[in-house]
Design a protein around this ligand. Structure first.
Ligand code: ADP
Length: 497
């Protein structure tokens, strides 16, 4: 058979191989290197030829190497070098690189040679090692922060979780649980809010991130835990396929918060009563004098009409009435501007985020257990207002709605919160509609009056304060006049631009 490849040189073949290769003679000198080897080690063919192989390894390995070489010469065979030990090649620029090396004996014109192949496959080990280190770091950080991790695979309906999560939930296995068991442990009153927050994050147009706080009832010992979770939804072809998150047991913090909140509410009630009584005293004080004067002038005027005195004294009495009434008005005006004294700190913020925070806050104050229907306008511009005050308005409206629905024992209690741009007035417009009993027209007329309440322990300041806050922030707050069922409140806020 004729040699079909006689025009193909040894070097051409050698260079065509993707792996790095060196041809070394019996004295340990490099006689030829292929392109991949030159690239890996950073030499030219001219410089590498004639070098001892020891020059291609770090100093610390050189001393014993000739012994290994001699051992190989006495028993040449195709085998990997180093028997699993880490092998390091030294590049021309002094850099070290981990490599896997294979040795194959060859002979030409009765001279023995060794073909040395170097796999950069050792990179794989380096990556594995880096991964192991980063996992270890993550594990330590997780442990230090008391975090649990979960990963819900929606295609196979399985939640992968770690020991910490399993411990909080009281699960059966440290590795996985079904999504049904995962949700079953969540407090029934908190499931709907959590669900709503997640559903919103599942909108492929959004950021896919969510934050939720809810109670978990440990399946083993029945103990209630508060957990705070942060999660991220992963999408594939426009569909949710994974939900990855971390959870932290925040029970202690929650107990403290609730205690503080309880104390603060009591303080608020006391303070409101105190402020109310002082305000009333101030108003009474300011109005007493003009009212007394008006009454005296009116008597004079009446006498003037019925008696014999001249029209001049009637005129004076009526002028006195007008002046006193104006003085009363002025006093009230001054009082109101005094009460409104103090700069309102405003900032631009995302109203949709504030709505979600208010929802979480309302629930954590013990007013959960309803199904929130969020209709948030995506990418709405920021509003310019005082965030805390807007949150207060929202929490007030939500709390009233929950109280009304609980009071009437409404089944399937739901609150719709809509955030949209009101194009007619170019303002942000929030609607809070509940599925409670609503209000009759008599009550609806009076609900914004201070101290109007129908609740045994209410003080009737919530809505008048909320309206004042909305107005102080440049908006309005009102109730929809008549509705078939449920109360519908609206408020507006200015945009930042
Ligand atoms: P309070 O909650 O202390 O009674 P508010 O000013 O917040 O004070 O509310 C005044 C009254 O308005 C309530 O007592 C209740 O009768 C009525 N109200 C407020 N919100 C609703 C609602 N969503 N559904 C029915 N009634 C409501």
């Amino acid at each position: 058979m004729t040699n079909r490849f006689k025009d193909l040189s040894f070097q051409a073949l050698f260079d065509a191989v993707a792996e790095a290769m060196l041809l070394v003679d019996h004295s340990g000198q490099v006689v030829q290197a292929n392109t991949a080897a030159l690239q890996l080690l950073g030499y030219t063919q001219k410089d590498i030829c004639g070098l001892k192989v020891e020059a291609l390894m770090p100093q610390r390995y050189r001393d014993h190497h000739h012994q290994h070489r001699e051992a190989y010469s006495s028993e040449p065979q195709k085998r990997p070098m180093g028997k699993g030990r880490e092998l390091i090649a030294l590049k021309r620029n002094g850099e070290e690189v981990a490599v896997d090396i294979g040795l194959s004996p060859l002979s030409s014109e009765n001279q023995p040679y060794v073909l040395v192949t170097m796999h950069i496959a050792a990179q794989h080990r380096q990556v594995e090692e880096a991964l192991r280190i980063s996992e270890e770091r993550l594990r330590l950080a997780k442990q230090a922060a008391g975090l649990g991790i979960f990963d819900f695979d929606s295609k196979h309906n399985v939640v992968h979780w770690d020991e910490k999560m399993c411990e909080i939930w009281g699960g059966k296995s440290n590795e996985t649980t079904s999504y049904e068991d995962f949700v079953a442990a969540i407090h029934p009153e908190d499931r709907l809010v959590r669900q709503a927050v997640i559903e919103r994050a599942m909108d492929p147009a959004g950021k896919g991130e969510y934050m939720a706080e809810y109670r978990v009832i440990n399946a083993k010992d029945g103990v209630e835990h508060w957990v705070s979770t942060v999660g991220r939804i992963h999408f594939k072809d426009g569909h949710t396929n994974r939900l990855l998150g971390i959870a932290k047991d925040v029970t202690d913090q929650k107990i403290l918060e609730q205690k503080l909140h309880g104390q603060r509410s009591e303080m608020d009630v006391l303070l409101n009563q105190q402020v109310a009584s002082q305000t009333i005293s101030a108003i009474a004080h300011e109005l007493n004098q003009p009212l007394a004067a008006i009454s005296a002038y009116s008597e004079v005027a009446l006498n003037a009409l019925s008696g014999t005195s001249n029209p001049e004294s009637l005129k004076r009495a009526l002028e006195g009435c007008v002046a006193q009434a104006q003085r009363a008005g002025q006093s009230l005006h001054e009082l109101i501007s005094f009460l409104h004294k103090g700069e309102l700190a405003t900032e631009p913020f995302d109203l949709n985020d504030t709505v979600q925070n208010a929802l979480i806050l309302t629930q954590s104050y013990g007013y959960g257990g309803f199904y929130p229907i969020l209709q948030l306008e995506p990418n709405m511009p920021n509003v310019l207002a005082n965030k805390i005050q807007v949150q207060k308005v929202l929490v007030n409206l939500l709390r009233n709605a929950v109280e009304a629905m609980r009071g009437a024992g409404v089944p399937g209690a739901a609150i719709t919160i809509r955030v949209q741009t009101n194009r007619d007035i170019n303002m942000a417009h929030v609607t809070v509609a509940d599925s409670g009993p609503g209000l009759n027209s008599e009550a609806a007329k009076r609900i914004f009056e201070p101290f109007f309440t129908t609740k045994p322990t209410g003080i009737g300041m919530g809505l008048s304060i909320s309206r004042a806050l909305a107005e102080a922030n440049g908006g309005q707050l009102w109730i929809e006049p008549t509705t078939e069922s449920g109360a519908i409140f609206h408020f507006t806020l200015p945009f930042a631009q």
